[in-house]
Design a protein around this ligand. Structure first.
Ligand code: FAD
Length: 476
């Protein structure tokens, strides 16, 4: 048991920060004083939920994937109890003016894909031995080598442009590894085979989802953290981190946008954007690390919600739109995630539009967004029904953008942060990674394992875990 109290400040009350706090507070041997600083009014980060017209809604389609490691699922089950539902996926994807089931299913693809597309994939497979085997220099190279032009030009390349705002040639090869779980035709076929009769496992085509939206996981975790003696300050933003002789000493915060305070800290776990963490350390405007941080970017997203006067708009949970002719990348219907049967006369869908700070989507008002979205829904043959109104929400920094050369900049940042004893950056934004909720919670779980009973932090163990985090691949 650590004899002296250890003071921990966690920046961010998203899934990573909350799971970290929840698990740290269970370590009675550590003798902790723990505080979470969250700039929003409530917990959940990107994976928060809110209620509108009696319907639970998320910031875009969110589900807990069945590949969530058993011990993490166990923790989530413990805090949610029977509220954690197991649901059957019912998604579809629009390709070449047709809808296919998503995740892809072999018989459905054969039935609905144009023959020209199927032959294109077949010829690409035959030509694979003649494609370049040079080490790929970009996302485009990597996927062309693995998948061939038919799948790339129809699906991945327009999707990349829409999601990250750069051409596939400008995107780093690492993006393909982290974001494309099936990077060859054979891997796609293998994934699809999980839906063939006789090949199904109990996790094929299912997901977990809380009754009150994905944010219920964070909401319940936040309650447990407070019950275990942790403090959470909402509407409070970290504005500076103080270091003395290479050791963290305190975090400066601004409460409710005006009241300044300083919290002393032996350890700061930061789940906020790593670029912001660098700025909080004030390394100097022209320092190499600040220059590196300023050159890394995140993509934003506008969520356009459409209220309709009907019980259900479509029986589908999520519709995916990789093609550029549609402004949205995905549309989801909240009630289809938790199977809510009320309200009887209303449903709300959420259209996800990736964008950049200051661009025409980011600054558009609800009336403008309404026209843009309704027009593209007509184009996609899924018009709104009994339209009532539109409202929108915005989230900055939803996707880290991996432009070519980003790894060398990230290395500069990682090297700089590694010098600061007591400062650990983790989570989706803190690790500058594309990940799922369960990945971000695994980071939290691993961080707790790096504390010895004496309260000492095992940096070498954490470094080894960081290699593991780099291997995570996103699931859709
Ligand atoms: C559109 C979309 C759909 C997704 N769908 C899925 C899905 O289906 N399944 C899945 O598993 N994952 C999904 N994800 C990923 C999932 O949302 C993330 O993995 C998860 O939210 C990351 O949690 P986190 O705690 O690391 O970060 P975040 O959720 O980003 O939390 C970080 C927190 O830090 C706070 N913060 C930032 N700056 C400061 C500051 N200066 N001071 C104090 N607080 C600050 C933020 O307000 C936020 O609450 C999706 C992501 C997106 C964008």
């Amino acid at each position: 048991m650590a004899s002296k109290k250890t003071t921990i400040v966690i920046l961010g009350a998203g899934p990573a920060g909350l799971m970290l706090a929840f698990k740290l507070l269970q370590r009675k041997d550590l003798n902790l004083v723990l505080t979470i600083i969250e700039k929003q009014h409530s917990p959940g980060g990107i994976a928060a939920s809110f209620k509108e017209e009696g319907i639970w809604l998320d910031y875009g389609s969110h589900r807990l994937h069945p590949s969530t490691p058993e011990h993490i699922l166990h923790d989530i089950r413990n805090v949610l109890g029977p509220s954690l539902l197991k649901r059957v996926r019912n998604g579809r994807i629009r390709l070449q003016e047709r809808y296919l089931k998503f995740p892809l299913k072999p018989i459905d693809c054969l039935r609905h894909l144009p023959m020209s597309f199927i032959f294109g994939i077949f010829f690409d497979l035959l030509r694979k031995p003649f494609r370049s085997t040079k080490p790929a220099a970009s996302f485009a190279d990597q996927l062309l080598q693995g998948l061939g032009p038919t799948v790339c030009n129809t699906f991945y390349f327009p999707y990349a442009q829409k999601l990250w705002g750069y051409s596939p040639e400008q995107i780093d090869v690492e993006q393909a590894r982290k974001r494309v779980s099936a990077g060859t035709i054979l891997k796609i076929l293998k994934k699809m085979s999980a839906f063939l009769p006789g090949m199904k496992t109990q996790n094929s085509g299912v997901f977990y989802y809380p009754e009150e939206g994905i944010g219920q996981i964070s909401k319940e975790l936040a309650e447990r953290v407070q019950q275990q003696g942790g403090q959470i300050f909402y509407d409070t933003e970290a504005s500076g981190i103080t270091i003395k002789e290479g050791v963290i000493t305190s975090v400066s915060v601004i409460k409710q946008g005006e009241e300044h305070d300083k919290l002393s800290a032996d350890f700061v776990f930061s789940t906020i954007p790593v670029t912001r963490t660098v700025t909080l350390l004030s390394p100097g405007e022209n320092s190499p690390v600040q220059t590196a941080a300023s050159s890394l970017t995140y993509r934003n997203m506008v969520f356009v919600y459409i209220v309709m006067d009907c019980e259900q708009w479509q029986p589908i949970d999520a519709h995916y739109f990789p093609e550029e002719e549609y402004v949205f990348s995905r549309i989801s219907e909240g009630k289809n995630y938790n199977g809510a049967s009320t309200p009887k006369d209303k449903t709300i869908i959420c259209c996800e539009i990736p964008c950049q700070s200051g661009d025409k989507i980011w600054v558009a008002d609800d009336e403008q967004l309404k026209h843009i979205v309704l027009e593209d829904m007509e184009k996609a043959a899924i018009p709104a029904r009994n339209f009532v109104r539109v409202f929108s929400k915005r989230q900055a920094n939803v996707y880290p953008v991996y432009t070519i050369g980003y790894p060398s900049k990230l290395k500069i940042i990682e090297h700089y942060l590694a010098q600061m004893r007591g400062l650990i950056s983790l989570g989706r934004q803190g690790f500058f990674t594309h990940d799922n909720i369960h990945h971000t919670m695994m980071m939290a779980d691993r961080a707790v394992q790096c504390f010895a009973e004496t309260g000492q932090w095992n940096a070498a163990k954490w470094d080894a875990f960081c290699d593991e985090f780099s291997s995570y691949v996103v699931e859709d």
